[in-house]
Structure formats: structure tokens, C-alpha cells
Design a protein around this ligand. Structure first.
Ligand SMILES: O=C(O)CCC(=O)C(=O)O
Length: 283
């Protein structure tokens, strides 16, 4: 399996993220961008602020805004086509995630976000895993608890153009998140990342990050895939993902299918063939 380059490893350890240039081909970018436009017209899980608790999603007939350049935040993409299942172990991103996290991992969530242009959204800064992860800091050399791959489907350049933003180093050095007003994409220390459509950013749950405002004049589209250590709960499903049977043996394992019925203790020690299923090599 492919490993991180020395440069990626150094970026990961010191900054808490790195970029994989060209993780999706131009044809894949065009395909997924079209699929994202289609997804918004179909039923699925969307945020519905005021109706569900913060950070929760609710089943809706379609995205609130049907304009392909309008806001969308759709969770659990796997039912929209086999390509969304295959993205779970897309190369080389998946290999690099296994190199970072080790083979005892699971797929946790998928998401498509469209950030419209010039809508007044100020951006925000957070850790993933909310209150739980916020105060957990690992060592630079530690395996992470959870990692996301963010695939850009549109180019992002400059500042405040719908960039993915990060506070480099905040995965190991806590930033004062309790301040009022809270840190945001314009607080000193926050970096606005550039990227081309097809690039992926790999980042851990513990880094402070979030979207910038989008003053670029065009919508910014992304896909996000999240992986966690197998002992954690997945975000998008309970137990085994309902579409696990559509995956390869490795995808099924990543979707929570351990090869036997759940029983107490199932997720403590992993199945004996875990390393072989994930890496293709005997453990
Ligand atoms: O860039 C975005 O729109 C949101 C990405 C993000 O903050 C996240 O995945 O937690």
C-alpha cells in the first residue's frame, strides 16, 4: 500500500493536515460535481436548524435550495450510486489514511457540501467530534482517533473564497477556544488553503478548522469522507451501514460488517482477518 511521503508525514505531524494533489482525476471531478447537483434534488439527510439539535441531520424530500449553486449539506451519500461507495477506499487517499490510522479503522460518514457565493455566511471554526474531541490532544507521533478526507470539486484560490481553513499545529497545541467572541476564519493563526478541483485535504478530528466565507462569485463544492478507529461509533449509521452488502469485502468491513452478528465485545478486539481485509496482506 502507498505510504505518506516524508514531506506529507512532516506536514501531518507539525501542521496536522496535508494536501494530496490530483486525488480525483478531471473526469472524476466532473462526474462527482454532476452527481452532487443531482443529489440535491433527491431525498436525504440535511441540516434543519431549529428542528433538530445542533449538528444533527433530518430526512428531507430534497435540499432546501434547488439552485445547483445554492447551499447544500447532504449526509450519507452511499445510496446515490456505487461511485460513492467506491470512494470509501479510493486510491491513493485510502492507503494514506491507513498509513496514518493503522488498519483497525472504520468508515464513519460521507458528506457533500456546497457553499454558495456571496451569501453573507461568515464561516466558522470548530473541531470535529464536538465537545468530546475538543479537549483531547494527541502527540505528534500518535495515530489519530479520526481523520477526514475533503475532496475539492471546484478550484479555491486566495482568501475568503470558500476556502477550507485550518489552525496549523492546533491538533497538538490547544488554541483558546473558550474565548468570547470565539475564534473564526479571520482570527490570527488561521490559514486559508488553496487547492485545485480534484485535490484532497487530509486532516485529523482534533485540528481546529472550518469553512471561510465565499466571496469568489461561484459556489464551492466538496465531498467529505470520514474514518475512525473501529472502537468508535460511526456518525452516519448504527452498527452496520444498511448498504454494506453492496461493497467489496474491504468496503463491507469498513462499513461495520465484521463477518458475524454483533455481540457484546465485538468492537474491542478486531476480527482476526482485519489486517488482511484492509491491507490485502496477512497480519
Ligand atoms: O469546508 C466546509 O464546508 C466544511 C468542512 C468542515 O469544516 C468539516 O468537514 O468539518
Amino acid at each position: 500500500m502507498q505510504k505518506l511521503t516524508a514531506e506529507q508525514r512532516q506536514e501531518w505531524q507539525t501542521a496536522g493536515y496535508f494536501k494530496v494533489a490530483g486525488a480525483l482525476s478531471p473526469a472524476q471531478v466532473a462526474h462527482f460535481a454532476k452527481k452532487v447537483d443531482e443529489v440535491r434534488t433527491r431525498p436525504g439527510y440535511e441540516p434543519n436548524s431549529g428542528m433538530v439539535p445542533r449538528g444533527h441531520y433530518q430526512w428531507q424530500d430534497h435540499a432546501t435550495d434547488l439552485d445547483p449553486e445554492g447551499f447544500m449539506d447532504r449526509r450519507d451519500l452511499l445510496s446515490y450510486g456505487q461511485e460513492f461507495i467506491d470512494l470509501i477506499d479510493h486510491q491513493p487517499v485510502f492507503d494514506l489514511i491507513v498509513d496514518l490510522m493503522g488498519p483497525y479503522l472504520a468508515f464513519s460518514m460521507s458528506q457533500a457540501i456546497v457553499r454558495p457565493a456571496n451569501d453573507g455566511f461568515p464561516g466558522y471554526t470548530h473541531t470535529d467530534g464536538g465537545e468530546g474531541q475538543r479537549e483531547v490532544r494527541v502527540m505528534e507521533s500518535s495515530r489519530p482517533i479520526a481523520v477526514k478526507a475533503l475532496y475539492l470539486l471546484t478550484d479555491v484560490e486566495g482568501r475568503d473564497n470558500g476556502n477550507f481553513t485550518v489552525y496549523p499545529g492546533s491538533h497538538v497545541h490547544q488554541i483558546p477556544f473558550w474565548k468570547d467572541p470565539p475564534n473564526d476564519p479571520h482570527t490570527p493563526g488561521c490559514v486559508h488553503l488553496d487547492g485545485k478541483a480534484g485535490d484532497a485535504f487530509i486532516f485529523g478530528h482534533s485540528i481546529w478548522h472550518g469553512p471561510a466565507p465565499n466571496n469568489s462569485g461561484r459556489a464551492r463544492k466538496t465531498l467529505l469522507y470520514n474514518y475512525s478507529q473501529l472502537f468508535m461509533r460511526a456518525y452516519d449509521y448504527d452498527g452496520i451501514h444498511p448498504l454494506a452488502q453492496r461493497g467489496t469485502p474491504r468496503q463491507r468491513r469498513l462499513m461495520g460488517d465484521l463477518g458475524y452478528e454483533w455481540r457484546p465485545g465485538s468492537y474491542f478486539y478486531v476480527p482476526e482477518d482485519q489486517v488482511e481485509v484492509i491491507t490485502g496482506k496477512s497480519g
